[in-house]
Write a new protein. Structure first.
Lengths: 317, 426
């Protein structure tokens, strides 16, 4: 059995062996989810705290279901950014939350690196559920797991990631895990969103013609923030769709080449993809959601918090 | 002071010499000075005597943020680091932008500080970048430099007028170079490391474009531009090029830009966040080369105290800046002098003599007939930078709780021993 870690903060720090182990161990949990009794007592008596500084019903629910299927207690703690800026730092909040004796803290925060800071500060296991533009490791793991269900070996697989490579934590984490597992990673998007500082393994393409020539096995579409652009990175949703979206026309070529399509959700119809993509037979988008629960169960099962009760801790209470 | 070795500007060889101080003045230097009755002998064997350092770039936070630093604690921190003269930056609250404010600062310094505390004044009123501050009034009261440090003067015409105006007073205009539209909400150098960390970046060209602009305006106006905290190799080359063309431009480099690079931010440690940011490893190496080649006129810390709370925020929210007065000499010794990257002659020139010349003061020198202003440095001892060690109110430095080689053992100015650590044993 692979040695456990305290925290899951990013993909960079995981070895290929650890990634392999996590992907293997998610499979039985997925089986479990399809049984009539979907619950195991593994984490009975443990507490999972979700600490979300950014709204995200999907990710939070996925963690909640995963934790409950393992019989853990779940506490939600939603913090608005406005209250944070009034003199209480994240670490102050974490100090306060220590009273709840959480064994696992699932963190989402708009600023990169906050889960790292919390992890250094607490004995609980910290799981990064997305921090700014930095990382989203459980998304990356579930994406790799999903692809392994359709391709036994990811070595040599060609995956194109389309969209906001500059700001996307999914591009960073999923790109990194696929590269670690031997896949080739291409990126496509408006030039203003394909930064020069990206890792060498991300090969940039200028347009779909170049992409189809490269002949990817998977097209992974990122969610595009049209309405929340703080600067003019690209002219707008319709031009984006015309140049970089998976249009009906491109879907025909994708179908002909039997290319898998993925998306971390929620989708923007008419921007990164045409409506018809949702019913495409090789869309893995629904599988990603289902696998997210199994993968997060595997992560909770694997991590080892430092909160095992000892004599000192009993004295404190 | 018996048996020490004396460091001097431009001379990397240390000279073995005794130093006799009487009435705050150096009476004799040379080997084997006979001991006279009534003279206290200080054993300096194994120690290095160097002229007191002078830091041209210090944030003292008074008035406005006395919880971070005061003129008293900042000047004590300087003494703790072997620095015997400092220049305060004017970005206090309210800003130092009038003759009255300059007078107030210098009055406090006269009462509270045991070393000369000089002050700069703002270029524009309230550092707002609009109207010129009362430059003439500030100079009359003793300001030795003007700067809007912390921010650039965004409007080039305003900067031009300020430089034309300042030229008449013979004071340098110190420039914080940054093109705000490019650096935006960045928190570190833009590049591979910032991409990997997912942290918004500030590209080096944000600094370089403004630097080029400011120096060209100095060229046009004939003013003396002093470029603060140069952080990139390309920026350094811009200054070098204009110097070769004969423009009146000087520049400074901080210890942290020589010692660290953006890779040190890998763990989101806010003690490596400052503006301009730590650039790439290659920039860092080239700045050191530039210092050795004489491209930088001065070393200055940009000592920027902040509270623990502010620095415990996430990397994007935490304020820019780290402290430096107490760690500068020891860290430069530990990483550069000890390893022969450069010698004591360079340190004395760039961190003691040149910065004093730049503000029109005579350099401190360990020579007969000169006022005594010296530091006894023990290269064989160590310094543990604990919170207890710090005399600054703030401890926001990457060196916190680290131990480096070298120790400031004594600081003597005139006939006053400002620091004496001979009895302390680690």
């Amino acid at each position: 059995m692979m040695t456990s870690r305290k925290d899951l903060l990013d993909i960079d720090s995981l070895s290929t062996e650890e990634i392999g182990h996590l992907l293997e161990s998610a499979a039985p949990f997925k089986q479990l989810l399809r049984k009539s009794v979907k619950k195991v007592p593994t984490l009975r008596g443990k507490t999972v705290l979700t600490l979300f500084y950014e709204p995200s019903t999907r990710t939070r629910s996925s963690f909640e279901v995963a934790a409950k299927r393992l019989s853990a207690d779940v506490i939600h703690f939603a913090v608005s950014q406005s209250s944070v800026m009034k003199g209480e730092s994240v670490l102050d909040t974490v100090d306060t939350l220590q009273a709840m004796r959480a064994d696992y803290i699932v963190v989402r925060h708009p600023a990169a690196g906050v889960p790292n800071q919390i992890a250094r500060h607490t004995r609980a296991s910290v799981i990064n559920a997305g921090d700014g533009s930095h990382a989203h490791p459980t998304q990356a793991l579930l994406d790799a797991f999903t692809l392994r269900e359709v391709h036994d070996n990811l070595a040599g697989l060609k995956v194109l990631i389309v969209g906001d490579i500059l700001h996307s934590r999914v591009a960073r984490s999923t790109g990194r895990i696929l590269w670690k597992l031997g896949a080739e990673v291409g990126v496509l998007g408006p030039g203003s969103l394909i930064p020069a500082g990206r890792p060498d393994f991300m090969t940039a393409f200028r347009n779909y013609d170049e992409v189809f020539e490269w002949s990817p096995d998977v097209v992974y579409l990122l969610r595009v923030q049209v309405e929340r652009q703080r600067e003019p990175f690209f002219p707008g949703g319709s031009e984006y769709h015309r140049l970089y979206g998976l249009t009906d026309e491109r879907l025909a070529r994708v179908r002909a080449k039997r290319i898998w399509v993925m998306h971390p959700g929620p989708v923007n119809r008419g921007v990164e993809l045409a409506d018809s993509v949702m019913s495409y037979e090789r869309s893995l988008i629904d599988e990603q959601v289902e696998n997210g629960i199994a993968m997060r169960m595997a992560v909770l099962y694997w991590l080892l918090p430092e909160t095992v009760a000892g004599p000192r801790e009993e004295e404190e209470t | 002071m018996r048996g020490g070795r004396v460091a001097a500007e431009d001379d990397d060889r240390l000279r073995e010499a005794d130093v006799l101080v009487e009435g705050g003045v150096i009476r004799r230097t040379g080997p084997g000075i006979p001991l006279e009755d009534g003279v206290e002998e200080i054993d300096c064997s194994g120690k290095i005597l160097l002229p007191g350092l002078f830091d041209l770039h210090v944030h003292l936070r008074e008035p406005g943020r006395e919880d971070k630093e005061t003129i008293r604690t900042g000047s004590e921190a300087a003494i703790n680091g072997g620095i015997t003269g400092i220049v305060a930056m004017p970005n206090t609250s309210p800003a130092i932008d009038s003759g009255g404010m300059v007078q107030a600062i210098l009055d406090i310094a006269f009462r509270e500080a045991r070393i000369p505390v000089l002050t700069s004044g703002c270029i524009t009123r309230g550092r707002a970048g609009q109207e010129l501050a009362g430059i003439g009034g500030m100079v009359e009261k003793g300001a030795i430099m003007i700067t809007d440090d912390g921010d650039p003067v965004e409007n080039p015409q305003t900067l031009r007028r300020a430089m034309e105006y300042a030229r008449g007073f013979g004071i340098p205009v110190a420039c914080h170079c940054e093109t705000k539209a490019l650096s935006g909400d960045g928190a570190m150098n833009e590049g591979r490391v910032s991409y990997g960390l997912g942290v918004p970046g500030m590209p080096a060209c944000s600094e370089e474009i403004c630097m080029e602009r400011d120096i060209r305006i100095a060229q046009m106006t004939g003013a003396h531009a002093h470029i603060q905290h140069v952080s990139s190799a390309a920026g350094m080359e811009i200054v070098r090029r204009f110097k070769e063309e004969g423009v009146r431009v000087t520049c400074e480099v901080t210890p942290h830009h020589l010692l660290f690079c953006d890779e040190d931010l890998g763990d989101y440690d806010t003690h490596y966040k400052m503006n301009p940011p730590l650039r790439s490893r290659e920039d860092c190496a080239r700045l050191l080369e530039g210092l050795r080649e004489g491209c930088f006129d001065v070393i200055a810390t940009d000592h920027a105290p902040h509270t623990d709370f502010e620095k415990s925020l996430d990397l994007a929210s935490a304020p820019f800046g780290i402290t430096g007065l107490e760690t500068a000499l020891v860290s430069l010794y530990h990483y550069f002098i000890r390893t022969n990257a450069f010698g004591w002659g360079l340190l004395v020139k760039r961190y003691s003599a040149e910065p004093r010349r730049l503000v029109g003061r005579a350099p401190a020198e360990i020579a007969e007939g000169r006022p005594c202003e010296l530091v006894v440095f023990d290269p064989a001892a160590e310094t543990a930078f604990t919170r207890e060690f710090m005399r600054s109110k703030s401890s926001n430095t990457p060196f916190l709780d680290r131990t480096l080689s070298g120790r400031v053992e004594m600081v003597v100015v005139g006939d006053a021993v400002l620091l004496d650590r001979r009895e302390e044993r680690p």
